[in-house]
Ligand binder design. Structure first.
Ligand code: ZN
Length: 229
């Protein structure tokens, strides 16, 4: 059994598994006080926040993200993205996504992406912008064709899975097709599943050892963690 810790690439929870290292995605409150609750932190304007906050508040969030970047306290940018379940905010989400994308390119930091029914939007953006920084689709819900198109346009694309391994037959079918070199696991907002359980379930569906999954996700992480190693 490997003694490596579990790597949780995307979480909003603040009570991680004692044997886990997490990339903490900042809440609004944490962002406003520029808290960095983990040695690895990501910050972004979540696409859902476009519904809940005024444009002045969103401008404030952006200033705090820029300040954290200047102080070199961020491991990654996001989560950001496009959620087509909120079509009335699509234009604002798109312009915010481009703002985050530009930051991730200028600072050479990974971009953590929330995508709901927006696969073709991201393919279009990849064709136009040809980014170099890694893209991590958290809670990826696309199919095999989308995964392969994304990888063809941007080989530094990663796919992260969590609760969907349990509740989505489509994701259980996709999981063995994802190259291990492009795979991450996450808890996101799960209260009833911890990262240990998610590694166990993924290892079961992939028919591999948990230790192998840990060493592979750490290798993927180190590859993109230039500033910290
Ligand atoms: Zn999230």
């Amino acid at each position: 059994m490997s003694t490596l810790q579990y790597l949780d690439i995307h979480t909003h929870r603040r009570h991680p598994h004692p044997e886990a290292v997490s990339v903490a995605c900042l809440s609004v409150d944490e962002l406003l006080v520029e808290s960095t609750p983990s040695s690895y932190t990501s910050a972004g304007v979540h696409p859902w926040w476009t519904e809940d906050y005024t444009s002045a508040e969103i401008e404030g969030f952006k200033r705090h993200i820029e300040s954290l970047l200047q102080k070199e306290r961020l491991w990654g940018i996001g989560e950001t993205g496009i959620d087509r379940a909120y079509p009335e905010f699509l234009e604002l989400q798109l312009s915010l996504f481009h703002w985050h994308l530009d930051l991730s390119e200028r600072h050479a930091l990974p971009l953590i992406i929330h995508s709901v029914r927006a696969g073709s939007d991201f393919l279009q953006i990849l064709k136009e912008k040809k980014p170099k920084s890694p893209w991590i689709f958290h809670d990826f819900r696309g199919n095999e064709a989308l995964m392969r198109d994304l990888l063809r346009l941007h080989p530094e694309t990663y796919f992260s899975f969590g609760i969907s391994i349990d509740n989505s037959p489509q994701i259980r079918e996709l999981l063995p097709l994802v190259p291990l070199a492009n795979l991450f696991l996450e808890t996101d907002e799960q209260k009833h599943l911890d990262i240990h359980d998610i590694y166990l379930r993924a290892a079961h569906h992939l028919d591999v050892d948990v230790g192998l999954l840990k060493s592979q996700t750490w290798a993927n992480f180190r590859k993109m963690t230039k500033k910290f190693h």
